[in-house]
Design a protein around this ligand. Structure first.
Ligand SMILES: C[S@@+](CC[C@H](N)C(=O)[O-])C[C@H]1O[C@@H](n2cnc3c(N)ncnc32)[C@H](O)[C@@H]1O
Length: 232
């Protein structure tokens, strides 16, 4: 006998109401619970504080947990990160990568990379687990090896996101994964009112990733929106 309901089977009103209550009841609380599900340690809190003092956004704890998961899923040995910041996302990526994996992280601000270096050390990662490259992504990425990366994480200049996509497709091995942080732009991406240029670029990015024949995409509703895609 089939385990699946026949197409004519119906869900009773009682079941339907119950399911709806679980899904819609207190959604904000559920999202807050999901975002805090994986606890952050002292090194991450330290890096977050440095970022806050510098007026920088960091990935949310939920996005950090997703990055760990993604890095572990592709058994990442080589990860490229655009936008080091104070190292919050880098710590999460390193936790998900193989123990011998190397994170290559790019940022034009050496002071921020210095904070990240300290944070990685405080989190217990040996110095040879991270390669810090100071500079702008579009100057640095062309020097990185074709198909040499398992995962590319993009959290730099949103105006450049389409160029990051093109570079990521070159950098990733088949089966590798690209992720873009912040594609909701605090809700502006879905807002029909007038928006700044970076929102236009994010919309183009969403369209390009969704329509690409070379990618298997998913938009994860964690933090400020994490757009992910696997390269075929
Ligand atoms: C939002 S912060 C990154 C936060 C970091 N990913 C985290 O979660 O801890 C954005 C970073 O991108 C860097 N950035 C800005 N323009 C860039 C560019 N063209 N190439 C690489 N990084 C850039 C900024 O200096 C800043 O540190």
């Amino acid at each position: 006998m089939s385990r699946f309901p026949a197409p004519t089977d119906t869900v009773t009103p009682r079941q339907s109401r119950g399911q709806e209550r679980v899904i819609t009841g207190n959604r904000q609380t559920s999202w807050a619970f999901a975002d805090a599900f994986v606890a952050e340690d002292e090194a991450l809190r330290w890096a977050r504080d440095r970022a806050r003092e510098a007026g920088l956004r960091s990935v949310s704890p939920g996005t950090g947990a997703a990055l760990r998961l993604l890095a572990a899923t592709v058994d990442a040995k080589a990860v490229a990160e655009i936008g080091t910041g104070a190292g919050v996302s880098g710590i999460h990526l390193l936790h998900g990568m193989r123990p011998d994996g190397v994170l290559t992280t790019v940022d034009p601000e050496p002071d921020r990379q210095q904070f990240a270096r300290q944070a990685f050390r405080a989190a217990g990662f040996a110095s040879n687990r991270a390669r810090f490259i100071p500079g702008r992504a579009l100057d640095v990425l062309p020097r990185l090896a074709d198909a040499g990366y398992d995962l590319v994480f993009c959290d730099g200049d949103r105006l450049e996101c389409l160029d990051y996509l093109a570079e990521s497709l070159r950098l990733l091995r088949p089966g590798g994964l690209v992720a873009f942080e912040g594609v909701f732009a605090d809700g502006r991406t879905m807002d029909s009112g007038p928006q700044p240029a970076e929102v236009g670029r994010l919309r183009e990015l969403l369209r390009a990733v969704r329509e690409s024949q070379d990618l298997v995409p998913s938009l994860l509703p964690v933090g400020d929106g994490l757009l992910c895609a696997v390269k075929r």
